[in-house]
Write a protein of this length. Structure first.
Length: 143
């Protein structure tokens, strides 16, 4: 009895899939990570925070010289005086917020830290102080 064309094609397709499956299996076996030693699998961090395979005790470290200004150039230097506009101020609650000119960041301000009366939309100069909840404006005065 003669096999039909569809039956032959189905068998060819089945043989192709079997061959592809065997090839994938052989590739997985060739690229298998099992059996590597612990030292080959460990990654370390260098002093810049990049991954490396060199242990920390064998890494070459740079010496820090406090007198060299080029090493600290990426450190942010904080300004002493900031400028901004009082975006909102609640006189009944005695606090408000200042929108900083440079960064457009909102900084909390309390009436106790003001030098004189300040209202909403006033241009002010101030200093920033770090608190538990973020920055707070101190020594606030009109420009």
């Amino acid at each position: 009895m003669a096999e039909s064309f569809a039956k032959k094609e189905k068998e060819k397709k089945k043989a192709r899939k079997k061959l592809e499956k065997e090839e994938k299996s052989a590739e997985r076996k060739a690229n298998n990570d099992k059996g590597k030693s612990l030292e080959e699998m460990i990654a370390y961090l260098d002093e810049d925070g990049n991954l490396t395979d060199i242990p920390p005790d064998k890494q070459v470290k740079r010496k820090f010289n406090p007198n060299d200004s080029s090493q600290g150039s990426n450190l942010e230097t904080e300004k002493s005086e900031y400028t901004g506009i009082v975006s909102m101020f609640f006189t009944d609650k005695a606090y408000g917020f200042i929108t900083e000119d440079g960064t457009r960041a909102s900084v909390f301000v309390h009436q106790n830290n003001m030098e004189g009366a300040i209202q909403q939309n006033d241009a002010v100069t101030f200093k920033k102080e770090k608190t538990q909840k973020g920055y707070q404006a101190v020594h606030v005065r009109k420009r």
